[in-house]
Write a protein that binds this ligand. Structure first.
Ligand SMILES: Cc1ncc(COP(=O)(O)O)c(C=O)c1O
Length: 445
């Protein structure tokens, strides 16, 4: 504290200037909300790896490895598959601001809060927005999307694969073909689903996708893996304007409207991630290490095994919740496998339950937004957290907490039902990797 400075002079200061700050020592928690989730310890170790200069050949080799790893995660041959530094919305913004020129029509099918976010970002990029809305808890049929494309004639369509606010997953397998028929660019926000649900980007003809690390990839928020194809490259390169001071000899600017963001300019980011290694930002090296480890872990387990583990946890959790007499939220045929919405029973205060789960059991579960605020809890079983023992702990803790709040669920019914799902799966797939935990790391060094 400076001479003569008193706490009363800085009422907004939490003691940082006026007292001693202790070592970082967060309470142990199990993060079972809609993300972030408890980080895989291997990713935490990767985060503490020593830095390298960003043009050190050892570091650029890591950058190339990251590109290759995420191509496999996205099931794509897209050359331009790399990280945008920032949380998942950084990836969304980079794609949308580079794709959308002012006045371009963008169609957004909204089935939750994150559809609204796509509208908001596209609008700030100068897009002319058209949207269609599905009731929260439902998704769109492909022909509804095609009809909206016919009506609005957009240049691009932006949609979430999974909207964590409602826990619904939009089937996308037919949407790419529909977009191609109408010459529409398809962008997908896979923040909450990459690594937890199938997303064969090339097979489904998706033009651009972005994600985050903090959900099914078991990492911290702060890096957004993206991928995009030639249709997007053509649009972006036509808008290419390299900043003065780093322009290479013979540089010719594109004819299109310059991309309105420097940080999120995909044309300059391609130059940075490509062989020319043209300087742009300083790569967030620690996040690159984390992203590399996140992808490596998923691929070591195998994409199909990872998706199956998320599906099984979802069956066990929903079976347990139902056996406790609780009601699941939304159209169960289109539920995300990694997040489960459950209605808060009448007479129970949802926030008190969340607080007691945290205080008594160290388990964090989520609430929701907008029309679902105070109506549902959201329980995440993603990535590193998606394990049998966590599902069982969560169900047991919820049963005890509800009892504290005056609601008696049939004792033990939730845990028993979830265990039964896991036992049946183990019997029907003998010899397969145990369904209770991410597989041990089998990647060769
Ligand atoms: C579907 C979806 N999109 C976008 C985001 C925004 O991600 P971030 O908070 O990492 O920017 C989230 C975060 O929960 C999400 O679930």
């Amino acid at each position: 504290m400076g001479p003569g400075l008193r706490q009363a002079d800085l009422p907004w200061d939490d003691g940082a200037m006026t007292g001693e700050i202790g070592e970082l020592n967060p309470p142990p928690r199990l993060l079972m909300g809609p993300g972030p989730i408890t980080c895989d310890p291997r990713v935490l170790r990767a985060l503490s790896t020593q830095l390298l200069g960003q043009f050190d050949p050892a570091f650029t080799a890591y950058m190339n490895e990251v590109m290759g790893l995420y191509r496999r995660l996205y099931q794509t041959e897209n050359r331009w598959t790399f990280l945008v530094d920032g949380t998942a919305r950084a990836g969304i913004e980079a794609i949308l601001v580079s794709l959308i020129s002012p006045g371009d029509r963008v169609l957004v099918p909204i089935f939750g809060r994150f559809g609204h976010l796509l509208c908001e970002i596209a609008q700030r990029c100068g897009g002319a927005i058209s949207s269609i809305e599905a009731e929260w808890g439902t998704v769109f049929a492909p022909d509804q999307i095609e009809a909206a494309i016919r009506q609005h004639r957009p240049r691009a369509l932006a949609i979430c694969q999974g909207d964590t606010s409602t826990t619904m997953a939009q089937p996308l397998d037919e949407i790419g073909a529909i977009c191609r028929r109408h010459d529409v660019i398809l962008y997908v926000d896979a923040t909450a689903t990459l690594g937890g649900m199938d997303l064969p980007v090339d097979r489904w003809q998706i033009d651009a996708v972005s994600a985050g690390l903090q959900k099914c990839l078991s990492g911290p928020p702060g890096s957004s893996p993206i991928t995009f194809n030639q249709r997007v490259i053509d649009i972006v390169n036509a808008r290419k304007h390299v900043e003065a001071g780093i322009r290479p000899a013979g540089y010719v600017a594109g004819n299109g409207v310059p991309i309105q963001s420097n940080y999120f300019d995909l044309a300059m980011l391609m130059d940075y991630w490509g062989e020319s290694r043209l300087n742009h930002h300083t790569e967030a090296a620690s996040m690159l290490y984390a992203a590399r480890e996140c992808a490596r872990i998923v691929l070591a387990e195998g994409l199909d095994a990872c998706f199956a583990r998320h599906r099984l946890a979802s069956q066990a959790l929903t079976g347990g919740l139902t056996a406790m007499g609780l009601t699941l939220f939304g159209d169960q045929a289109h539920k995300m496998p990694n997040v489960t919405g459950v209605l808060i029973p009448g007479g129970v205060d949802g926030e008190t339950v969340r607080r007691l789960m945290l205080e008594d059991f160290g388990i964090e579960i989520g609430s929701s937004f907008g029309p679902l605020k105070g109506r549902i809890w959201r329980i995440g079983t993603m990535g590193y957290v998606c394990r049998k023992e966590n599902v069982l702990h969560c169900l047991g803790a919820l049963e005890a907490t509800l009892r504290q709040c005056g609601l008696r669920a049939p004792p033990g019914a939730g845990v028993d039902a979830a265990l039964a799902v896991y036992r049946t799966a183990a019997v029907s797939a003998p010899g397969s990797p145990p369904a209770n935990a991410p597989a041990t790391d089998r990647t060769p060094a």
